[in-house]
Structures are given as structure tokens and as C-alpha cells.
Design a protein around this ligand. Structure first.
Ligand SMILES: Cc1ncc(C[n+]2csc(CCOP(=O)(O)OP(=O)(O)O)c2C)c(N)n1
Ligand SMILES: [Mg+2]
Length: 580
């Protein structure tokens, strides 16, 4: 290796030394020295997307599915601003990303130079941290720190903005890479306070009506095994947030399904009536609590979270434990091992019976797939059930945002973590397809399905071209209700059915032809009778991208649905019935 390298070469070496195997990006003026250095190496593969937003979502899908940080490179100005939605999406869901943005030459910064945007300023509210590189010699250290910050503590996106002149061949530096990062002002607490853990244990052993409420923090810390062990030892029911699905196997009897805005009746009722909530890697956001002043008033609360800022932010808790969900759960398990005689599963039995009654009364109908409607229209829930059946519950499923996302969360039973990939916090339409690309790059042999809507898919449809270039056999399941369904549902329910700008007046494209023009296979399904066979045919084409465009009943709503500003027990159960 050359001793003296340029900033661009140092960047490539540092990315490689930080473990990068794949980069998602799009070139432009301010990044051209970097792209030139990329051209002259073969350690890192680069994926050329068709829009920078998609580069970030793809890196994000790669990170969510593999657990490794996603890496992105974009140019300055419009390249950088196009990346912002993707960065904000990752930030809201605590996904580790390192995003390199080119910047105008250092002497031009602040002069409104061509393609200049203050990326540090623009990205600040939606990153965990950002760096403006000031000297070429700093590049290796900054990259090392960026990966450390992105992946440690509560993970998140880190932006590294690099002025073009620092990557040219005039600046030569001696390259070395320091993996042992130490930042005095940033030291995540992983261990959990032993005193609080003991207090938590006492509450866990006393409770008669407990619920484990677990979220994305269990998945990001790979703590699923510990969660399952704890629930089984204590015989506690478990509910997952939208971000936490898969952390606890959906087929287990103790699983209540998702909670919150479109959570199951039994999950929301169990939370509302519980005497103890063990929150693990979940953050009590508004889609979960409904009115915080009415949230689970009878329950004591234990909150395990890596981010101290999450604790007491929305709901005051009795026992706060700042630490890695994996480490803290393991410590609780170790203590329980010595107190096995104190575990009294009998006293929880009536609670399990109560939950069973709730499930019986208003639980999700898992036999829908077998029920033909009188008009042969396909229900969106049936699409998800057919997908589940065809993939045997073992696919990676990405989704976009809207009704189809909620139906997927409710009806695809996730057994493993990192299989359900969706934009929970920001709710970004356009996420599904590029995220699926990232997943497919992380797992080239795996079955990857993107559940989407005709609205969302059009927000990053250009990525069909990227899929052709790299031969990605993604299965796009377009739940086509010819409307911005979730918007329409709200307008139906809260705005007297005035459908303001939520339908397209017959202007949708022919998705079959569209898929074909991009070089893929397109299939249309209109009738219930065709659904299962079409799904089968779609997944048989293992080496092809298939766009399955399925017309569904446009009048279907997602239920249960919480009534705003009330409690978790105040749900619309269908178009006519509600709980209050
Ligand atoms: C980028 C973006 N713009 C707007 C919204 C608001 N929004 C939420 S759901 C939705 C409708 C989505 O329509 P579609 O993808 O067809 O899904 P459906 O609800 O019909 O299943 C809209 C517009 C959003 N979440 N993201
Ligand atoms: Mg739609």
C-alpha cells in the first residue's frame, strides 16, 4: 500500500477498515474524487440507485435486516437534500447509518456556490451526530468515530460532510485507522443500575396482571432470545410495537399481537388493565399511549432503555433502567435463576383467561382468507394472509406506509426479528421498495417481499431500474385500493366522508405494463378466486422481480383503531361498533 494517499483514497480505506462491504449512492460534482477513488479499488461494492432518497432507504433496509450499519454516499446540494427524508426515517427508528455527503470546496463554503447546501445545518435535527471535515488528515478518524457513534448506544444516522478539495490529490496524508474509539463526552451506559434491576425483579415477581411491552430496542440490541426466555420463565404475555414485531414469535400463545393505534383488542385491553408494564426498548410514543393522562393508570411501570432521554419523556415510570436491553434482560434472568421458587405462575392464570376472553370477543379474524365475499372482491387482509401462506411466514417483508402497512403488521405473523422492515416513526411513503433492495443485497438468497400501495410505490418507482441492473428478484405486492387509503379512512371517519385529494380520478398507470417496461414481470389480480394461485406463481419465479398488482376492496378500513385523546381501551372495532 502507498504510504501517502489522497483524502478520497483515505476515505475508501477507512470505510473498508470500518467493515463496509457495500455502499449505496449517486455521484455528482462534489463527490467525483471520491467516486474516482471508488473506481480504483475493489474491496467495496457500490450500488447505483436512481434517487438519493432510495440510497438511504436501501442502506437502511440493509442495516435493519443484517444488523450491520448501512453506508451511503451522495453529492452536495440536491444530492444531500434528497437524502434527508431517508436520514430522518432512519433517525426516527434508531437505525445505524453513515452518510457521506460531498460538499463544495472549503474556500467556497458560505458563498452560495453552485450546489452548495449547508448539510450540517439541514441535517442537524435528524441525525444522531454530524461532522464537517476540515482537514484531509482527519478523514480516517472521523470515519471511525462516525461508525462508532452510529452503532453504539441508541443507534442512529451520522452524516460526514466532506469538502471537495479535501479529497483531491493535492492533499496527501499518511493513512492509519484507529478502531478503538474513545469519546469523552459520549459514553453509552449499557449495564443497567443493579439497584433498579433488583427493584424491577421484585415487581415482576409480585405482579398478577403483567404485560411485556417490547419495541425496536429489543431488535436493535439482538435481545430477542432474552425476551423470549423471560416471557417463558415468568409466563408473561407479550405485546410488540410496530417496530418490535418479530422480536417475540407471533405463533406463541403468550403473544398478544401489536398494540397501539391499530393494535389488537387484546393487546390494548391488556395494557390498559394491567398492574405491571415491563417496557423493553420501547418509547411510549403517541401511537401507543393515546392520551398519556389516561394511559394504563393501574399499572406500575418498568422501563428498560439504552437512551436516558427516553425515560420519563412521555410516561413517568416507577423503575427506570438505563442500559442495553440485551444486557439488562440477561441480568434479570440471572437473578431469576436464583429465585425460581418465588415464581408463582398460578396467580397469573386468571389474567391469561381474561386475555383469552378478549381475544375471543374481538380478536383479529385469522380465517378471513377462506371467506369469499359476495362480490368476489379481495380484502386487503386476505392479500397478507395469502402472502403469509405462500412464504410460510419466513420471508423478509418490507412495507410502505398506509393501510397495507397496518394490515401487514396485523396479519403477517412474524416469527423472527429483523424480518419486518418498515418506517415506523416517520411513516415514510416510498420506503418499501428501496428498503427491499437493501435487504436483498444483505441476503441475496432470501425471499424478499415488498408490501406496498399504489400511492406509496409511486414515490420511489424509479428504483425498478436499479432492481433490473442488479438482478434483484424482489416480489412487489401492490395492495391496490385505487386511493390513498389511510387518508381516505380518516376522512371517512372524521371528516364526514369528504375525500379531499385522496383519490386519483382513474389516472393510475397500468402497473403490469410499467413493470414490463422496466424489464420485469407484471401480474394483475382482480378476483378472490385468482389470489392464491397468482401468489404461488409470483413466488415460483425465484430469479425475477414480480410486480403483483392486486385490486382490493377500496372500502375496507383498518380496525381496531384508537379514538384520539382517549385511552388505549377506547377503540373502533369496525364501521359500526366501538368500545365506548
Ligand atoms: C411521504 C409521505 N407523504 C404523505 C404521507 C401521508 N400518508 C400516510 S398513509 C397515506 C396513503 C398511502 O396510500 P397507499 O400507499 O396507496 O396505501 P393505502 O393506505 O391505500 O394502503 C398518506 C398519503 C406519508 N405517510 N408519507
Ligand atoms: Mg392505496
Amino acid at each position: 500500500m502507498k504510504n501517502r494517499v489522497s483524502g478520497a483514497e483515505a476515505l475508501m480505506l477507512a470505510l473498508k477498515d470500518a467493515g463496509t462491504e457495500i455502499l449505496f449512492g449517486y455521484p455528482g460534482g462534489a463527490a467525483l474524487y471520491i467516486y474516482d477513488a471508488l473506481f480504483q479499488q475493489d474491496a467495496i461494492k457500490h450500488i447505483l440507485v436512481r434517487h438519493e432518497q432510495a440510497a438511504v432507504h436501501a442502506a437502511d433496509g440493509y442495516a435493519r435486516s443484517s444488523g450491520k450499519p448501512g453506508v451511503v454516499i451522495v453529492t452536495s446540494g440536491p444530492g444531500a437534500t434528497n437524502a434527508i427524508t431517508g436520514i430522518a426515517t432512519a433517525f426516527m427508528d434508531s437505525i445505524p447509518l453513515v452518510v457521506i455527503s460531498g460538499q463544495v470546496r472549503a474556500p467556497l463554503i458560505g458563498t452560495d456556490a453552485f450546489q452548495e447546501t449547508d448539510m450540517i445545518g439541514v441535517s442537524r435535527p435528524v441525525v444522531k451526530h454530524n461532522f464537517l471535515v476540515q482537514k484531509a488528515e482527519d478523514i480516517p478518524d472521523i470515519i471511525s468515530k462516525a461508525f462508532y457513534i452510529a452503532t453504539s448506544g441508541r443507534p442512529g444516522p451520522v452524516v460526514v460532510d466532506i469538502p471537495k478539495d479535501l479529497t483531491d490529490s493535492n492533499h496527501q496524508l499518511n493513512y492509519s485507522f484507529n478502531k478503538d474509539v474513545h469519546i469523552r463526552s459520549y459514553q453509552p451506559q449499557n449495564e443497567g443500575h443493579p439497584g433498579q434491576i433488583k427493584r424491577a425483579l421484585k415487581l415482576l415477581l409480585e405482579s398478577k396482571q403483567p404485560v411485556i411491552y417490547s419495541g425496536g430496542g429489543v431488535i436493535s440490541a439482538n435481545a430477542s432470545e432474552e425476551l423470549i426466555e423471560l416471557a417463558r420463565i415468568l409466563d408473561f404475555p407479550v405485546t410488540n410495537t410496530l417496530m418490535g414485531l418479530g422480536a417475540y414469535p407471533a405463533s406463541d400463545d403468550r403473544f398478544l399481537g401489536m398494540l397501539g393505534m391499530h393494535g389488537t383488542y387484546e393487546a390494548n385491553m391488556a395494557m390498559h388493565n394491567s398492574d405491571l408494564i415491563l417496557a423493553v426498548g420501547a418509547r411510549f410514543d403517541d401511537r401507543i399511549t393515546n392520551d398519556p393522562a389516561k394511559f394504563a393508570l393501574k399499572a406500575k411501570k418498568i422501563h428498560i432503555d439504552i437512551d436516558p432521554a427516553s425515560i420519563d419523556k412521555i410516561i413517568d415510570v416507577d423503575v427506570p433502567i438505563v442500559g442495553s436491553t440485551k444486557i439488562v434482560l440477561r441480568k434479570i434472568l440471572n437473578l431469576l435463576e436464583k429465585k425460581k421458587d418465588k415464581i408463582d405462575k398460578k396467580k397469573i392464570e386468571p389474567w391469561h383467561l381474561k386475555i383469552k376472553t378478549w381475544r375471543k370477543e374481538h380478536g383479529l379474524n385469522h380465517d378471513l382468507l377462506e371467506e369469499k365475499s359476495s362480490n368476489s372482491k379481495i380484502l386487503p387482509q386476505q392479500v397478507i394472509q395469502a402472502l403469509y401462506q405462500e412464504t410460510k411466514g419466513d420471508a423478509f417483508v418490507t412495507s410502505d406506509v398506509g393501510q397495507h402497512q397496518m394490515f401487514a403488521a396485523q396479519y403477517y405473523k412474524f416469527e423472527k426479528p429483523r424480518r419486518w422492515i418498515n418506517s415506523g416513526g416517520l411513516g415514510t411513503m416510498g420506503f418499501g421498495l428501496p428498503a427491499a433492495m437493501g435487504v436483498q443485497f444483505a441476503f441475496p438468497e432470501a425471499t424478499v417481499a415488498c408490501v406496498t400501495g399504489e400511492g406509496s410505490i409511486q414515490m420511489c418507482i424509479q428504483e425498478l431500474s436499479t432492481c433490473l441492473q442488479y438482478g434483484l428478484p424482489i416480489k412487489i405486492i401492490n395492495v391496490n385500493n385505487a386511493a390513498l387509503g389511510m387518508v381516505k379512512q380518516w376522512q371517512d371517519m372524521q371528516y364526514d366522508g369528504r375525500l379531499s385529494q385522496s383519490t386519483y380520478q382513474d389516472s393510475l398507470p397500468d402497473f403490469v405494463k410499467l413493470a414490463e417496461s422496466y424489464g420485469h414481470v407484471g401480474m394483475k389480480v382482480k378476483k378472490y378466486e385468482e389470489l392464491k394461485s397468482a401468489m404461488k406463481e409470483c413466488f415460483k419465479l425465484t430469479d425475477k422481480l414480480v410486480f403483483l398488482d392486486i385490486d382490493v376492496d377500496p372500502d375496507e378500513h383498518v380496525y381496531p383503531m384508537l379514538e384520539a385523546s382517549m385511552s388505549l381501551a377506547d377503540m373502533h372495532l369496525d364501521k359500526k361498533n366501538k368500545t365506548w
